[in-house]
Design a protein around this ligand. Structure first.
Ligand SMILES: [Zn+2]
Ligand SMILES: [Zn+2]
Length: 580
């Protein structure tokens, strides 16, 4: 019992402080038609509420809340600005669908209407939106793709209603939330993609989606001028038209349309008789419609404004999309079109078909949002600068490009030292922070660089400069590339590392350690150890071993062993090498 009260207090604190915890989303409830009054009934046990963050709790099985201007009246008590409530409850308001939920609520009022805000953990929000948006689509991979789109959209547009005290509304303006028990497929899809977002340029992508694009998606700029994300450009969608091309036809009288346009406050010519499509967008959708035959004789209206006005007055299924033709039939207009929705981003019917054909959610997302990256964190937006022998990948090309001439010089010097040329362009990746470097390379902060394949990944240049190891680090890594480009399989790590250190002319960091390790000890440390000091000793031992080999056999012979293999005598004798 005590634990329960404690958890409850925590919820209150989280709600009362005004900012939701990082992972929560504050959703406006009944935002389309906010009620003036409602009853909140306990669905399981008792409700608890308080009228200010520091007030004493009230408990009960139900509480009535009524708006009065910008105040609320709670039960029999007087006016108060707000109410915080927790517990399992059922909201009941006249003419509105009852809502059963358990998310902490904050209730306030504005202009005589209740303002109800529920705080949902992100994944529960995703499941609630999926339940509302997926309709009869059931493919698991489609649900997962949409879960990522819904979550990304929420994170990207969270706070667009901040002036009203919440993050997102619960209707089509943001994302429709189902306040019923989420369906199991939705919960599973949210869980399977937990925390995953789509990223572009270091920010969450604008993951618009719609029901059916009719075979051609729309560019975002066609629908919302000023938005021009490269991953939201028109393209053909062969998938949504495979099961069947979704077509629709609506017949509406000129008088009905005239009334709808005036109700929306549009300037409509008196006595107009015909409507034509005056301009089409890149994807073939109506962009402008023109009303002719009245006074003034011709007026153009944006097609999306036209559609919203007609649908708001006559029902959301009258003009389902902007992808239509129109003809005049006496005093009526006949619209025949394809698809449902704005057509931007993910086409849900197309995604369902892709999933049915065996595509997974990642393939679906990259088809509808090409160029975005999936992950829990932003992929870094690398910018490329190209030198003679190098390709620089950086987030700050202005400050990092200075490395290119240094790298070119060091590579030339290293190549002269070994006597062969590196047969590829080196990728130099410079991390903007130590944290990102550690995350990406899996290396601790004291490892200045990491080389894999043809890519050298470096700590921030400022870090390396501050320790005065920028040039030595780069020289070392370039020697690694040169050595690895010649080393045949099976050449031991101690030999490669020792050779690199010998060639770099580094002074041994632990001179006393030279010769104190057998080759198999060195090899085992290089393979397994994460211990900084132990590795330091192994490096020093490898370096002095290689120096001794060069002194005995000559540098050219030792370098030649990279491709021919170490002579048996060298390995065998050195394994038993006594200390000196
Ligand atoms: Zn909204
Ligand atoms: Zn489509």
């Amino acid at each position: 019992m005590k634990a329960r009260v404690h958890a409850f207090t925590f919820l209150f604190l989280a709600v009362a402080c005004g900012t939701a915890r990082g992972q929560d989303i504050r959703v406006g409830v009944y935002t389309l038609r906010p009620p003036a009054e409602m009853t909140i009934r306990a669905a399981d046990g008792m409700l608890r509420w308080r009228t200010c963050a520091t007030c004493v709790d009230s408990t009960g099985e139900e509480v009535g809340v009524r708006a009065s201007g910008s105040q609320i009246i709670v039960g029999e008590a007087g006016q108060t600005p707000e109410l915080f409530l927790a517990g399992r409850y059922r909201l009941e308001a006249a003419h509105l669908q009852p809502i059963s939920a358990h998310f902490p609520l904050r209730v306030a009022a504005r202009d005589g209407r209740l303002q109800i805000i529920a705080t949902l953990p992100v994944e529960e929000y995703v499941a609630a939106v999926l339940t509302a948006e997926t309709g009869d689509r059931t493919q698991a991979e489609n649900m997962k793709a949409l879960a990522v789109a819904v979550r990304t959209y929420a994170v990207r547009f969270r706070g667009r209603h901040a002036a009203e005290g919440f993050d997102l509304c619960d209707n089509t303006h943001c994302q429709v939330v189902s306040w019923t028990t989420p369906n199991p497929g939705a919960v599973a899809a949210a869980e399977a993609t937990k925390g995953m977002l789509l990223w572009y340029g270091g920010a969450p992508a604008e993951t618009y989606y719609h029901q059916n694009c009719g075979g051609t998606t729309a560019s975002a700029s066609e629908v919302w001028p000023g938005t021009d994300a490269p991953y939201l450009r028109t393209h053909a969608d062969p998938y949504c038209i495979l099961p069947r091309l979704q077509t629709w036809e609506s017949t509406i009288t000129v008088a009905e349309i005239d009334t709808a346009l005036r109700a929306a406050g549009l300037d409509v010519p008196r006595g107009w008789t015909t409507l034509e499509i005056a301009a089409r967008s890149e994807s073939g959708r109506a962009a402008l419609v023109r009303l002719d035959g009245g006074s003034p004789p011709s007026v153009e209206i944006s097609a999306s404004t036209f559609r919203f006005a007609v649908d708001r007055a006559l029902g959301w299924n009258k003009i389902r999309s902007d992808l239509y033709n129109v003809r005049v039939d006496g005093d009526r207009l006949v619209f025949s079109g394809r698809g449902t929705g704005h057509g931007v981003g993910l086409c849900q019917d197309g995604a369902e078909e892709m999933a049915r054909e065996g595509k997974d959610y990642k393939q679906i997302l990259s088809f509808y949002y090409p160029g975005t990256e999936l992950g829990a964190r932003p992929a870094l937006a690398w910018q490329i600068r190209t030198g003679d022998r190098f390709e620089l990948q950086t987030l700050a090309p202005d400050q990092d490009s200075a490395i290119l001439p240094i790298a070119e010089r060091l590579l030339t010097e290293d190549e002269q030292a070994v006597g062969w040329r590196l047969p590829f362009t080196v990728h130099l990746q410079i991390y903007p922070s130590l944290d990102l470097y550690r995350d990406a390379t899996g290396q601790p902060g004291w490892v200045a660089a990491s080389t894999r394949g043809e890519t050298i990944r470096l700590q921030p240049l400022a870090e390396l400069r501050a320790k005065d190891i920028l040039e030595s680090t780069l020289r070392h890594e370039l020697f690694h590339l040169l050595i690895e480009s010649r080393a045949r399989p099976g050449i031991p790590i101690w030999f490669r590392e020792g050779l690199v250190l010998y060639l770099s002319g580094a002074s041994p960091s632990a001179p006393g350690a030279s010769g104190s390790m057998t080759e198999s000890q060195m090899e085992s440390i290089f393979e397994n150890s994460q211990d900084r000091e132990e590795l330091g000793r192994a490096y020093a031992a490898a370096q002095s071993r290689v120096a001794a080999l060069v002194a005995q056999y000559g540098k050219d012979a030792v370098l030649g062993w990279l491709s021919s293999g170490l002579p048996a005598g060298v390995s065998a004798s050195s394994g038993a090498r006594p200390q000196h």
